[in-house]
Design a protein around this ligand. Structure first.
Ligand code: GDG
Length: 506
């Protein structure tokens, strides 16, 4: 399927130019030595790196350190040969990073778009910084591109970039993909700059969302808040006109490089690490939680659910071990520091309550970034994955876990509110992360699930994830951007049963 789609893709004449807040590498400055590149982490990078390595092009973004970027030119130019695509840095001052990234992006848009409006800090100076930095990205992009290049702007940090580019006279085709959810109307309207933001988004030629849920929310916001726009179509991509400008809106569920994860997990070094982990845990079932440090990932409620599982299902005592890996992220933001403290307190309390001295420790807590092999070995070793975000655009960890489950004998527990649930709900065990008792019972259900049932479910999930991988996603987006006639555009019929709302009816 992915191969066929790749062959049928309408050819765009120019290069692919990706614009995102971060480059896929962070520049590290060590006093006394020349700067060097360190791989970045996160869902956007995991998804886009194979895409650019596959087709080449240019990636424009902030290199992760404030200040001048002139001395990085050589380093980034040299990296082109090994990476297969070009890196172009956008320099930002410490104040710009504070107002644009930590402020507008992470204190307003991130919580609001994850339905957590009470965590927003609507400081008006953040909006100024956001506009200014989006203008800077647009200027740098305008300086790099040639006519015919396709610009693909990513995520919530850069929603104003097309409007700024149009202001600079850029006529290229510009696509936008939102990696995080788009909120329902009654939450979106809280944003003081709601009209400006919607108008700015409508300057893109194609606006892509992860799920039908997000696309419907966006369309409802447009219908209610923007006069004179109508979108038509019943398929996967809608089309409309804003003045003279044609805009398309679609949902394009992101995938992973399935083969890379599966092959990686099968490597002897990874198998050895996984086997070592299993031996240390004796015959207990290993449950894995693995998330960036973030309040949307639902870690404290998950730990509470695990406590309830041990209380309500005494047969789990000494028979399960939860490994909770937390990857450091946004630690300079106070709310994230507080979250870390609350996770560590909960782990300490649960271990204090249930540990058997000299023997079983129910939770093993890891707080650090993992090397790729180590990550794969955790995925490979765990019998159960507990992926319970409060809300998530997609959640790649869930898909990576399935790809690495080579023996197909594992169980995925997945939040109803992760975008991945729209694809995997027939086969994953779904949980409402706010319902700690329900999630506790789901943990017990996973523990008791028979091998034949595990195999049937995991096989189906892996088939779906393999078929709809990251290259399929990229093709789908490109085809929506370049297709002449949307009536020919395929529906996502084979992606999932065509429903997006997952809780069972009472
Ligand atoms: C956003 C949206 C959407 C993490 N730590 C390490 C590491 N990772 C990799 C994982 C995975 C990725 O980071 C995390 O992706 P998620 O999708 O789970 O979450 P976000 O970072 O919040 O991503 C999300 C995604 O964008 C893509 O559109 O799915 O909803 O929030 O790929 O493997 N990798 C390694 N070491 C680490 O320590 N090697």
């Amino acid at each position: 399927m992915a191969e066929t789609a790749r062959r049928r893709r309408p050819r765009q004449a120019g290069r692919l130019v990706v614009v995102s807040n971060r480059l896929p590498f962070v520049v590290e400055r060590v006093p006394g030595s020349p700067p060097r590149l360190k791989p970045g982490a996160g869902g956007l990078i995991t998804a886009l790196l194979p895409t650019l390595q596959n087709r080449g092009g240019t990636w424009i973004g902030w290199p992760g350190i404030s200040g001048a970027t002139e001395d990085l030119a050589g380093l980034l130019r040299d990296s082109r040969r090994s990476l297969g695509f070009e890196l172009v840095p956008v320099g930002l001052s410490a104040e710009e990073v504070q107002g644009f990234y930590q402020g507008f992006s992470n204190e307003i848009i991130w919580p609001l778009f994850h339905d957590l409006q009470s965590l927003c800090n609507f400081d008006p100076s953040y909006w100024q910084a956001y506009q200014q930095v989006n203008r800077r990205f647009a200027e740098e992009t305008a300086a790099q591109i040639r006519p015919g290049d396709f610009l693909w702007v990513h995520d919530y940090h850069l929603m104003n970039v097309a409007a700024e580019l149009r202001g600079l006279g850029v006529k290229n085709r510009i696509g936008f993909f939102l990696h995080i959810p788009f909120p329902p109307l009654d939450i979106f309207v809280k944003l003081p700059w709601r009209f400006d933001l919607l108008r700015a988004l409508l300057e893109f030629d194609l606006i892509g969302f992860q799920t039908m849920r997000d696309r419907s929310n966006f369309v409802q916001c447009l219908r209610t808040l923007v006069r004179g726009v109508r979108f038509r179509g019943q398929g996967q991509v809608l089309s409309g006109r804003v003045g003279q400008h044609r805009v398309r809106i679609g949902h394009f569920p992101i995938g992973i490089d399935f083969k890379a994860f599966k092959d990686g997990a099968d490597r002897p070094a990874v198998s050895e690490l996984a086997a070592g982990l299993r031996t240390q845990l004796a015959s207990r079932q290993l449950i894995l939680g693995l998330d960036r440090l973030d309040y949307t990932k639902g870690i404290p409620l998950r730990l509470e659910a695990f406590r309830h599982a041990l209380l309500r299902h005494p047969e789990l005592t000494n028979q399960v071990t939860l490994i909770q890996v937390v990857i450091p992220s946004r630690e300079d933001i106070p709310r994230y520091q507080a979250l870390k403290v609350s996770i560590e307190q909960a782990v300490g309390q649960i271990n204090g309550q249930f540990t058997e001295p000299g023997g079983w420790v129910p939770i093993h807590y890891v707080f650090r970034s993992l090397a790729r092999d180590e990550l794969l070995s955790f995925y490979r070793a765990a019998e159960i994955a507990l992926v319970t975000p409060l809300k998530d655009g997609m959640n790649l960890v869930a898909k990576e876990y399935c790809a690495c489950s080579i023996e197909e004998d594992c169980v995925l527990i997945l939040s109803e509110f992760a975008g991945a649930a729209a694809q995997l709900h027939p086969w994953a065990l779904l949980s409402n992360p706010y319902d700690v008792v329900g999630t506790a019972d789901t943990i017990a259900e996973a523990f008791h699930m028979r091998l034949a049932m595990r195999r049937r479910r995991m096989r189906a999930m892996r088939r779906s994830i393999r078929r709809h991988d990251v290259f399929w996603w990229e093709d789908l987006f490109m085809r929506a951007a370049f297709a002449k006639n949307l009536d020919d555009f395929p529906l996502l019929d084979d992606y999932v049963p065509r429903i997006d709302i997952v809780p069972e009816c009472c």
